[in-house]
Design a protein around this ligand. Structure first.
Ligand code: ADP
Ligand code: MG
Length: 754
């Protein structure tokens, strides 16, 4: 009676039937335990520590605390990770061996058997169709609970025993004559919570049961009724109630939908709020884009741009003509021609007498960009400069001076560009190659370079346009989540004349055979030149990203080199390349490789990104199981850049299912988008995007793969919302703003808004 009153009094909800069939999970003497009867009488709020809630013992509270569930609110937010539907009841005759089933029948006989101390309790259960023997080991205490004449529901695994079936230690429920029972065809939905050794899912379920009704009655919604109805979203309180205690599949799906949407919406609002903050009042140079300028830029390229490049150039160029700073991600598979698009943008800056900068993640890449850009621009008046860590002394001073005076038009470099000594005269376009290697902060630093008040126009801040190129294609919607403050352009086609790369995965036992085949293709007299990369991993996997593994790695590289020079590749011109070499040495070796003076380059992952040698047609990767998918795809992208058919051989000994899956993906496709999607499936989005590293809270409910539609919806709404109310300070937005800042304020650097 009292409980009914509580229920009705909470949130003006129509009273729900109390959850039924609680006892299936509760064996024997625990039946009807703490659950409902323990309902709190004392008051508590969402911030009350669980230890202070009547009905939750200190042991339970302690176990929950170790799951970082301290308060009532924490527990409510700990929604089930999945749901199990309990099986419908079966008639005994239909039970199959080893099946987990629920049956119902009359107890016709019971007995205690076995030696003292090891006594078991046995019962015979009959329904209209057959007989099931039940046995509880050490269960003699049950004799007072279960006796002939009772109706019983039993749940457990049915094992064949003689002509019939036996269930050992089944969970059971004694059915009362007049009890309301669920329809026999429908099983109850059980929440499954992420649990621990100290407390299992059922224990969490019980604790939730104690606080749920009262707690959800106190949950305030940060979305208005109007907005919720427009998006067909449940009220927050209902979402939590149904997430914990669904009666139907629709219940938990709807609950999940609202909770996932909340996470995505808050995240996106945060991202766009930051963008509004960054752009607020900031001007950018509006660059000129005329037919004449377009023609002049195109004339610099010795080829026709692909349609895909043209399309992206339209988008980029349109951005650059605006007087507000633009922010665009250009994604395209390796070799799709992103650099050319970036150069187009940079030349637009030059045409308006402004400066542009291209920042690469490694010196090797910076040097290569510098080389190819200089080549495209040879004979023109555009002044291109290179600034990396190994440009030193006088030369560096002179370069920095030319950048500051405006005598440099295009500057190519590495992190070295980020030091405060480097100032631009009028920086209008920033291009960042290989985004995933740079953090959000570095992007911001580079953007600030454009804010030097060199022009003293007196009209406040001015920022450059920012273009980010990534050769690790990211599924579009996901890119939008992470780089929500970037517009996205995708180059979907490769320049013509590329032949597909054949990929093979082989075992280390076949390595001699592989290298004999490599030798047969290298440096054939009278034929077009073919060259090979042979990549060895960093042994210390922590160093592999930097491409310069530990000493052990270099030894590995050297021993392979020694083996091949004296063995399979005797007589071929073999050289080594690794990150420990000085930039000059690497340059020298790359130059020799590029001009065909080296047949095979044995290297670490320094060549992972961007290196472009069209006559390199063979890529061999040793210990390929140690590389990530994105890395393998990048490595493979070093070949297949010319007309000649290329091959990628992955020598691997996968020791984990994930490693095996990665190799299968590589063998199965050359499409970078497919690779990226699979990478997500295998690793999960958090890792792929370094979301965790970036310090952003991971999503608890939302699944970036599964909830893409919801994400798109959240993004659309967030854009419009922030446009309307950039600081979320409108009427009715107080709670939303508070929750947003609490979840995302810190990592998005929104603290100062709050
Ligand atoms: P990405 O940076 O996307 O990996 P690049 O811009 O380095 O690709 O281009 C790869 C190679 O293709 C370069 O040698 C480049 O000069 C060439 N290339 C780019 N666009 C075209 C095109 N439209 N037609 C022919 N070759 C192209
Ligand atoms: Mg590139």
């Amino acid at each position: 009676m009292g409980r009914r009153a509580d229920d009705a009094g909470t949130a003006g909800e129509p009273p729900r039937k109390p959850a039924i069939e609680r006892s299936e999970e509760v064996a024997g003497n625990q039946m009807g335990g703490a659950g409902r009867e323990g309902s709190p009488r004392g008051g508590f709020s969402l911030t009350t520590p669980l230890a202070g809630v009547a009905g939750i013992g200190s042991a339970t509270a302690g176990a929950l605390r170790r799951l970082e569930l301290v308060t009532v609110g924490d527990l409510i937010k700990h929604v089930p990770m999945r749901y199990e539907r309990h099986q419908a009841e079966e008639s005994i005759a239909k039970v199959a061996p080893d099946q987990i089933v629920t049956v119902r029948g009359d107890v016709t006989a019971t007995r205690v058997a076995g030696p003292f101390g090891k006594q078991r309790f046995e019962a015979v259960l009959l329904d209209e169709t057959g007989r099931m023997d039940l046995v509880w080991f050490n269960g003699s205490y049950l004799r007072s609970q279960i006796y002939p004449g009772l109706r019983l529901r039993a749940h457990g695994q049915a094992k064949r025993r003689g002509p019939g079936f036996q269930m050992a230690n089944p969970k059971f429920l004694i059915l009362k004559e007049d009890a309301e029972e669920p329809p026999p065809t429908e099983g109850r939905i059980r929440p499954v919570y992420s649990a621990s050794e100290a407390i299992e899912s059922a224990g969490i379920e019980r604790a939730v049961g104690i606080v749920l009704e009262r707690a959800v009655g106190q949950i305030e919604d940060h979305l208005t009724t109007e907005y919720r109805q427009k998006r067909s979203m449940l009220p927050l309180a209902d979402a939590y109630r149904l997430a914990h205690r669904p009666e139907t599949d629709v219940d938990w799906r709807e609950a999940r939908r609202r909770l996932a949407f909340d996470e995505l919406l808050l995240f996106q609002l945060g991202v766009f709020m930051r963008r509004a903050q960054q752009r607020g009042g900031t001007a950018a140079a509006s660059l000129r884009w005329t037919v004449e300028i377009d023609a002049r830029i195109r004339a610099r390229f010795p080829f026709r741009l692909t349609e895909a490049q043209d399309e992206v150039i339209q988008q980029v160029a349109a951005d650059l003509t605006l007087d507000r700073p633009s922010n665009r991600l250009i994604q395209g598979d390796v070799g799709s021609g992103k650099t050319v698009v970036a150069l187009y943008a940079m030349l637009m800056a030059v045409a308006t007498r402004k400066q542009a900068v291209l920042m690469a993640p490694t010196e090797l890449l910076a040097e290569q960009h510098f080389g190819s850009i200089s080549k495209f621009l040879s004979g023109s008046e555009v002044r291109v400069e290179l600034l990396t860590g190994s440009v030193g002394g006088r030369e560096r001073e002179a370069t920095v001076a030319r950048i500051a005076s405006g005598d440099a038009d295009i500057v190519v470099g590495t992190h070295a560009l980020l030091t405060e000594h480097v100032r631009f005269e009028s920086l209008a376009v920033v291009v960042i190659d290989e985004q995933h290697r740079f953090g959000v902060h570095q992007r911001a630093t580079l953007r600030e370079k454009g804010e030097d008040p060199a022009s003293e126009s007196g009209s406040g801040r001015s920022s450059p346009h920012v273009l980010v190129m990534t050769a690790t294609p990211i599924p579009r919607t996901l890119a939008l989540t992470l780089f929500g403050d970037l517009d996205v352009s995708t180059i979907r086609e490769l320049p013509p004349g590329r032949s597909p790369i054949v990929t093979r995965v082989v075992s280390p036992a076949q390595s001699a055979e592989v290298y004999r085949w490599v030798a047969s293709r290298l440096g054939k007299a009278g034929e077009e030149l073919e060259q090979a990369y042979i990549v060895v991993p960093a042994i210390d996997s922590g160093a592999s990203a930097a491409g310069d593994g530990g000493d052990a790695d270099l030894n590995d590289l050297r021993s392979l080199q020694a083996r091949l020079e004296q063995g399979e590749l005797t007589g071929k011109r073999v050289a080594a390349l690794h990150g420990r070499m000085s930039a000059q040495t690497r340059d020298h070796i790359m130059a020799r490789f590029r001009s065909g003076l080296i047949d095979a380059l044995i290297c670490t992952t320094v060549i992972e990104v961007g290196v472009d040698v069209p006559s390199a047609t063979i890529m061999v990767v040793e210990h390929a199981e140690r590389f990530g998918l994105a890395q393998l795809h990048q490595l493979r992208g070093r070949v297949g850049r010319g007309r000649k058919r290329s091959a990628c051989v992955l020598i691997a000994e996968p020791k984990t299912p994930d490693a095996e899956a990665r190799l299968n993906v590589m063998a199965g496709t050359t499409d970078g988008f497919v690779v990226a999607e699979k990478d997500l499936e295998i690793r999960g989005p958090g890792e792929v995007f370094g979301l965790r590293q970036a310090g952003s809270p991971p999503f608890k409910v939302a699944d970036l793969m599964q909830d893409r539609e919801l994400l798109a919806l959240a993004r659309r709404d967030a854009v419009a919302w922030i446009e309307r109310s950039p600081r979320l300070e409108g009427p009715g937005e107080e709670l939303l703003r508070k929750r947003l800042l609490r979840t995302h304020g810190e990592w998005l650097g929104l603290g100062d808004v709050g």
